[in-house]
Design a protein around this ligand. Structure first.
Ligand code: SF4
Ligand code: SF4
Length: 377
């Protein structure tokens, strides 16, 4: 294969995925991919393509998630995994520093940053766009977080084009697409579905090209591209849900009153599942944990949620004291005010908040009610 062909991509059967995993491991990456863990597909370490969820798909709906058998022996027919890549760059809990008495002195012991080179195979376009939102907050702002920046730089992503969106997906209406933006990833993988699936792998970063050039494989043919394009088109057509950006933003900006959210608040349990699974949520809190002997104190950073009353607690009370006020804040931030704050959408249309809500609250249906109400006024 010529150097020019090599830089343009690789095609092959399941053995191409084998070569990808082997090459990434040889380059020192911990490889992660979708894997069946109990009753759900999760992002987990893999060292063999047999660990991928072959012929397994997820059926997702409001408050509903089931794994089912799929008729084709493919590995990437599933929708968004229960948890996104967010936990790889922003862990749910981490120690920042410990202050320790040393006689009359105070020793400052910053926690080491663990940024293990990690390659994610099968990153969805919505989750890659969500990483842009995390980057805006933790990397590209006036005060970059060195822990986040180190983990982000250590993250290598192999995006996958979605050929079977979940029933809860609505990324296209949020400005995304079933085919991820190549600029968001190092490699782009296409799974051409059939009884004998074929894989196309293309590089979009220097790191991606290095991996590709170390791999065997055929050149990507014109037939492959035609099939990929047809598959993308069918996947877009299959995505029936939509939450148009402009209409949702206008409606939610107009929905200023807490009363507008009282009906949904009666169903909401304030359990924080939605903020735990949302790939763009970034709220954290910092707590001091003194030792029992009074000789040290450890500062720990943990995930927080705007659904917690404590989240907006300030000198004597919570700013958002009611559940309706907290739901209002969450939905307006995601759909209306985030873009003014960060220049990006706060919702990438992954649908996780709907799937994993134990009360079955449908985020799109709730936002659509606001759009309809505004159109009627
Ligand atoms: S997951 Fe559902 S019930 Fe729980 S806080 Fe979110 S909207 Fe409320
Ligand atoms: S608000 Fe819901 S649909 Fe939008 S990105 Fe977050 S979890 Fe996904």
């Amino acid at each position: 294969m010529s150097a020019e062909t090599a830089s343009k991509g690789r095609a092959g059967g399941r053995e191409l995925l084998d070569a990808l995993v082997t090459t990434l491991i040889a380059k020192g990456y911990r490889v992660m991919g979708p894997r069946r863990e109990g009753a759900a597909l999760q992002l987990e370490p893999i060292d063999d393509v047999d660990q991928l969820p072959w012929a397994v798909v997820d059926a997702q709906g409001p408050g509903r998630y089931r794994l089912e058998q799929y008729e084709q022996p493919v590995a990437f027919a599933h929708g968004p995994l229960a948890f996104s890549m967010r936990r790889l760059v922003s862990p749910p809990e981490e120690r920042l520093v410990t202050l320790r008495r040393k006689g009359a002195e105070l020793a400052v012991e910053p926690a080491a940053v663990h940024a293990r080179p990690t390659a994610v195979i099968g990153a969805k376009g919505c989750d890659l766009r969500a990483l842009r939102a995390q980057d805006a907050v933790f990397r590209d702002g006036a005060h970059p977080d060195p822990r986040y920046v180190a983990r982000r730089e250590a993250l290598f992503t192999v995006a996958v084009a979605c050929h079977r969106p979940a029933d809860t997906c609505f990324c296209v209406s949020r400005g995304g697409d079933v085919r991820p933006d190549p600029d968001d990833a190092d490699l782009l993988l296409t799974e051409l579905v059939s009884a004998s699936p074929r894989y196309l792998l293309e590089a979009s970063s220097d790191r991606g090209r290095e991996v590709l050039e170390a791999m065997p494989g055929d050149a990507i043919g014109e037939d492959d591209r035609v099939r990929a394009s047809g598959q993308d088109h069918a996947a877009r057509e299959a995505m029936v849900r939509a939450l148009p950006r402009e209409a949702a933003q206008a409606a939610l900006l107009a929905a200023e009153e807490t009363e507008d959210f009282e009906a949904v608040a009666e169903r909401c349990l304030a359990c924080q599942s939605c903020t735990a699974v949302c790939p763009t949520c970034f709220c954290l809190t910092v707590e001091e944990e003194p030792s029992y002997d009074g000789q040290a104190s450890t500062r720990v950073r943990r995930r927080d949620s705007c659904f917690s009353p404590d989240f907006s607690y300030m000198h004597g009370g919570a700013v958002r004291g009611s559940r309706a006020g907290r739901y209002r804040h969450w939905m307006r931030h995601k759909l209306a005010t985030w873009s003014g704050q960060w220049g990006l959408d706060g919702c990438v249309g992954c649908g996780r908040c709907t799937t994993w809500c134990p009360a079955g609250i449908d985020f799109v249906a709730e936002a659509t009610r606001h759009i309809q109400r505004q159109e009627e006024t």
